[in-house]
Design a protein around this ligand. Structure first.
Ligand code: XMP
Length: 309
């Protein structure tokens, strides 16, 4: 029997969806949970679109393909990477980046929706997204792409069945439907908010490889229940001097971020053991050309947010 929480979400979809819908799936927990629940309620009437933004991690597309197949989701992967990277060209301000990504997402969806005849856009917005994006009397901390980036004039009706839930509650549902093993929290704007300043192909490539090293090492060293809640690499385009062999190097920095949290509203930095940190640091600086320094972020939330942008 489904939990009350899951029943409420299923009912919300049933009551609001009066025709064909498309669903924006970023591959993260929230939108993936929504994709599965929507497929349960509406089957083929909901088309789940996964957009390859060019801001994804290694293996992300394949993981989503498997998710679609395993949960009988009517899904499609659309490659819009050149469009996203083109729109982000030269942009350095974090909020501008988020708005551009949000807007590009919606534009791409609208184009797909026009052809599919969909009237509804389902989104996996959860409570912290709109709270932190600045509601009434609230300061905007950052525009989560599924809220602040939405252009005012949308041709689609928005349905957000998870908007009253917190991260731990969505995770509970994801466990309930057997989705948990497929997921790691990943922000909608993807690696763009993990590259400080301008997003370039070179930085993306380096960050992807660093991310893989962080994930592989932590997943090898820690059992699922002992792993930090979220762990990833951040690209910091600050150059420092180093040595490679007997030559001087002058390269960029990768920051390692690992946090524990219940609901993403607050978080504490994880006390990862030194051996794990050493392995990550040695591999990143040896294997990724252009990176010669690795630092660990020891900032709680607050005052830091989990992502750096
Ligand atoms: P912050 O950085 O706000 O992150 O402390 C809290 C949690 O949310 C994820 N995150 C996002 N998720 N769209 C999303 O769907 C976004 O724009 C976004 N920004 C951050 C972040 O990875 C963390 O788990």
């Amino acid at each position: 029997m489904a939990s009350q929480m899951m029943d409420d979400v299923l009912r919300n979809i049933r009551e609001n969806l009066k025709g064909n819908g498309i669903l924006a799936c970023s591959g993260g927990t929230d939108s993936s949970v929504l994709a599965v629940l929507s497929a349960m309620v509406a089957g083929e009437a909901v088309k789940t679109i996964f957009i390859n933004t060019g801001l994804l991690r290694i293996g992300e597309k394949e993981r989503v393909q498997k998710l679609f197949a395993d949960f009988h989701i009517n899904g499609e992967i659309v490659d819009a990477s050149e469009r996203f990277l083109g729109n982000l060209n030269g942009v350095t301000d974090p909020e501008k980046k988020r708005k551009i990504i949000g807007e590009t997402f919606v534009r791409v969806f609208e184009e797909i929706a026009k052809n599919s005849g969909a009237k509804y856009l389902l989104q996996g917005t959860i409570a912290p997204d709109w709270i932190e994006s600045g509601g009434k009397n609230r300061d905007s901390i950052k525009s989560h792409h599924n809220v602040g980036g939405l252009p005012e004039k949308m041709d689609l009706k928005l349905i957000e069945p998870l908007r009253d839930l917190y991260k731990d509650e969505v995770r509970q549902i994801s466990k309930e439907i057997g989705l948990d093993e497929y997921l790691q929290p990943f922000p909608g704007p993807g690696l763009a908010v993990r590259i400080i300043g301008e997003v370039t192909k070179e930085r993306l490539d380096r960050l992807r490889r660093a991310t893989k090293i962080v994930e592989e090492t932590i997943e090898m060293k820690y059992s699922p229940e002992d792993r930090p809640w979220q762990y990833f690499a951040v690209y910091v385009p600050v150059k420092t001097t180093g040595v490679h062999g007997d030559k001087r190097s002058y390269g960029d920095t990768i920051a390692l971020r690992a946090v524990n949290s219940m609901d993403a509203m607050t978080a504490t930095f994880s006390r990862i053991d030194w051996d794990t940190m050493e392995e990550i640091s040695v591999r990143i600086s040896n294997e990724i050309e252009g990176i010669n320094r690795v630092v660990y972020d020891v900032t709680h939330k607050p005052p830091g947010t989990i992502e750096w942008e």
